[in-house]
Write a protein that binds this ligand. Structure first.
Ligand code: UDX
Length: 444
């Protein structure tokens, strides 16, 4: 099939590349000339595991093209995906100006039947707005379909190639059959394609993300309470998760959710509720609790040092909002670092991929270190903020040698309490008992 993808952001690039991988011809369009130039030269603007290999293969085979010419791309495509940004406006609602602007443009240029697909996360009712925008100028038939994406950064290629489900919102039989043909190769392992009306498809995306954000937030509150009552949230999590109605995944407490989706989508769904005169109370609490959770680790550090971090050197391991990405949007690390700097700390940070992005925010205020152990030299404490695999089994003896104080604040519960006792660290994690530092007696 011939496909155009408008917008080469995260979703557009991953979707376009993966559609090409199953043999379709994909033309990705973007109005950013430099970006398109770089993509044509084989340069990917984002870090996403597995993407580079298939990007290279499909561009070299000529199935994946990049252009700034919307007219040419649209003329050659049967299906046009809109993967455009929908940033939160000042009031928290999604800003649809990019999506509707392109929709209007499409109305002017289409000369035969097209399926126009909303891939961006858009509020309920957007497909009607897109239809109206295209209709303003269109002289030919078209259908607007809502097809939300459920990609997780870091595993987006796998999620796209083997989705748990595909959700397609359309009332048109013609569009349904084309979308089925396009997605059928991705669900051969037996996972479903769900066809539904446009509004339900749009709602599904917000409901899924808001539910997951709520689930994490609930676990963060359970963890905070575990600390107060002396329970271990890791045990509680396992005990809860083995109930099949609950399930084991996505129950990990931490430093609060971040990223480009959850914060934005929870806020936007709350806004939709408000506009429809519905008081969605849980969402309000989720946002409030998550905002507070982002500061939990920093507050623990401050209170450990009697609220005075002047002259203290705090090492940070992990800056990205989650592992396997260089994305720092709404990353808890930003909030934690700000808090530490304000309290007078010297912050030294390491992340395998996200340091460049973080430098753009903090500049010289934070010292960025190329190797994870070098960040620990003379540190008064280490704070673990992102659970990169490379932090999971470090050389604790070496860490103890490097650090001024053997003090770890772990926002991701990477280490066993026993292990920390054995190596003699003060270890404060999320929702578990604190391991106090063993005072060595002279005999030892
Ligand atoms: C999310 C959705 O999972 C995806 O389906 C949607 O399309 C886009 O938004 P993403 O933002 O890439 O994906 O990351 P995800 O893995 O879902 O994690 C989101 C946040 O929740 C991260 O900050 C992560 O650290 C946090 N999280 C996740 C937890 O704190 N605990 C968990 O158990 C899982």
């Amino acid at each position: 099939m011939k496909i155009a993808v408008v917008g080469t952001g995260y979703v557009g690039l991953v979707s376009g590349t993966c559609f090409a991988e199953t043999g379709n011809h994909v033309i990705c369009v973007d109005n950013n000339v430099q970006k398109v130039e770089r993509l044509r030269n084989g340069e990917l603007p984002i870090y996403e595991p597995g993407l580079e290999v298939i990007f290279k293969r499909n561009t070299e085979d000529g199935r994946l093209e990049f252009t700034t010419d919307l007219l040419d791309a649209v003329n050659r495509a049967q299906i046009i995906f809109l993967a455009l940004p929908t940033p939160p406006g000042e009031d928290g609602s999604a800003d649809l100006s990019y999506v509707l602007g392109v929709a209007e443009e499409l109305g002017k240029i289409i000369t035969d039947y097209k399926v126009i697909v909303d891939k961006s996360t858009v509020p309920v009712g957007t497909s009607e707005k897109v239809t109206a925008a295209v209709e303003k100028h269109a002289k030919v038939d078209f259908d607007v379909v809502s097809n939300p994406e459920f990609l997780r950064e870091g595993v987006a290629v796998e999620d796209f190639l083997k989705p748990d489900r595909v959700v397609i919102g359309t009332s048109s039989e013609r569009a349904k059959s084309l979308m089925h043909e396009l997605y059928e190769p991705f669900v051969r392992q037996g996972n479903p394609i769900y066809f539904m009306d446009e509004r339900s498809a749009e709602m599904t995306k917000y409901a899924a993300n808001s539910y997951l954000a709520t689930r994490i937030t609930f676990m963060n509150e359970i963890a905070n309470l575990c600390e107060k009552v002396g329970a271990d949230v890791d045990m509680v999590r396992i005990g809860m998760g083995s109930d099949r109605r609950i399930g084991k995944r996505f129950l990990f407490p931490g430093v609060g959710y971040g990223g480009s989706c959850f914060p934005k989508d929870v806020q936007a769904l709350g806004k939709t509720a408000g506009e429809n005169d519905y008081n969605f109370q849980i969402l309000k609490s989720v946002m409030e609790v998550n905002n507070a959770q982002k500061y939990v680790l920093a507050h623990k550090i401050k209170s450990h040092f009697n609220n005075d971090l002047k002259g203290k050197r705090i090492a940070i391991w992990g800056l990205a909002f989650k592992p396997n990405t260089d994305d720092i949007r709404e990353a808890p690390a930003i909030f934690i670092i700000n808090e530490l700097l304000e309290a007078g700390a010297k912050v030294v940070a390491f992340d395998p991929e996200a340091m460049e992005n973080m430098k753009a925010i903090f500049g010289d205020k934070v010292e960025f270190i190329k190797h994870r152990y070098d960040a620990l030299k003379d540190a008064d404490a280490l704070a673990i903020v992102t659970e990169w695999s490379v932090f999971r089994t470090p050389d604790f003896d070496f860490m103890a040698e490097l650090m001024k104080e053997k003090v770890i604040f772990d926002g991701r519960n990477l280490y066993k309490l026993e292990q920390m006792k054995q190596f003699g660290f003060y270890y404060n994690s999320i929702g578990r008992n604190t391991v106090e530092q063993k005072q060595l007696t002279p005999a030892e």
